[in-house]
Write a protein that binds this ligand. Structure first.
Ligand code: SF4
Ligand code: SF4
Length: 329
């Protein structure tokens, strides 16, 4: 009997999710034993025409990592959606926009201006910018369109399952592959991770006081947390109360507060909004002076509260003044 086929594809990402597949270590042999990899551009030379030639359903599942910002990425993910019965948003960028999604805090115009006109290492005397079409030595060339904003995968195609994390832990990936092979997947739309907040799984949870009172926010860039005490109780912004569990508490165990890569905990529609509400009630700010200390020490609000999920948040992106209407692709 032929083995089920799986596809891995990447859009706007760093390659960390691909590393997770490699990190399966000896488990990768079980995966390779159980499935045929029909597409994996990071490691194997497949072309788009190979995918176009697949019969619908021939490849069972597409694991797609990375967020979507280029017209070429849209073409690929639509093609994979058309061909594969199961599509998994693989990792924080596909799930929520991820780190590339922080580009939504600025505009496409400012990104291009910075890269092609203002970067200190730039040598661009003719002021060239990328074009979607041009002719060079008589040959017509095309480049993908660079959209106004970054999108999570489910904003452009229907997604069946979400594997959260930056990157998803190898154990979670293995469980998902096993569930697909054994036909034990939960209902469509599920996030393949426990439905509880990270705080509930945190080894420091028993050091978190019933009521917290924070007089100033601290940063790991300028001070070192006590590894034996809840970060939030020490004044470090730890996204644990608003973040979904399932990562193995990787950052906490490395003496780093959680940054929220697993996305919103069940019941938290907007991870940054939920965390901001929590911080508002924890701050010991009963005078103007104490409020100022708190406000002054809360730096990089978007990068802290929306680090992995700005495109999937209620804010989505920076809106330019004027109409206030969110730009489309
Ligand atoms: S706030 Fe952070 S450190 Fe404290 S219990 Fe929650 S996850 Fe653990
Ligand atoms: S502790 Fe938070 S940021 Fe770190 S891996 Fe887990 S969910 Fe992601």
């Amino acid at each position: 009997m032929s083995k089920p086929k799986v596809a891995f594809y990447w859009c706007a990402s760093c390659g960390g999710c691909e590393e997770t597949v490699v990190d399966l270590a000896e488990d990768i042999l079980k995966v390779v034993d159980a499935v045929d990899i029909a597409l994996w551009p990071v490691a194997l030379d497949f072309k788009k025409k190979d995918v176009e030639a697949w019969a619908p359903g021939e490849v069972t599942v597409a694991f797609i990592n990375g967020s979507v910002r280029l017209s070429e990425q849209l073409e690929w993910v639509r093609l994979l959606r058309e061909k594969c019965p199961i599509v998994v948003a693989f990792g924080a960028c596909a799930h929520l926009g991820g780190i590339p999604g922080l580009a939504n805090a600025t505009t496409r115009e400012r990104i291009l201006e910075n890269k092609y006109f203002n970067a200190p290492t730039l040598d661009n005397p003719d002021g060239l910018q990328p074009l979607t079409a041009c002719t060079v030595y008589g040959c017509d060339l095309e480049l993908p369109e660079f959209w106004k904003d970054v999108k999570p995968l489910d904003e452009v195609i229907e997604v069946d399952y979400y594997l959260p994390g930056c990157p998803p832990p190898a154990k979670t990936v293995m469980s998902a592959v096993t569930a697909i092979l054994e036909g034990t997947l939960p209902p469509k739309g599920a996030v393949l991770s426990p439905a509880k907040a990270l705080c509930e799984a945190c080894p420091l949870n028993n050091t978190k006081p019933e009521t917290l009172s924070i007089s100033e926010f601290k940063r790991v860039a300028t001070s070192t947390p006590d590894p034996g005490q809840c970060f939030l109780a020490q004044g470090y912004i730890c996204m644990g109360p608003a973040t979904r569990a399932g990562c193995g508490e990787r950052c906490i165990r490395a003496n780093m507060p959680c940054r929220g890569c697993f996305g919103p905990a069940p019941g938290a529609r907007d991870i940054g909004g939920k965390m901001l509400g929590a911080l508002g009630s924890l701050g010991a700010a009963d005078t103007e002076e104490t409020s100022m200390v708190l406000a002054d020490t809360l730096v990089d609000l978007v990068g802290t509260l929306y680090r992995f999920n700005l495109p999937a948040s209620l804010l989505k992106r920076q809106y330019t003044s004027g109409t206030g209407v969110p730009p489309v692709m």
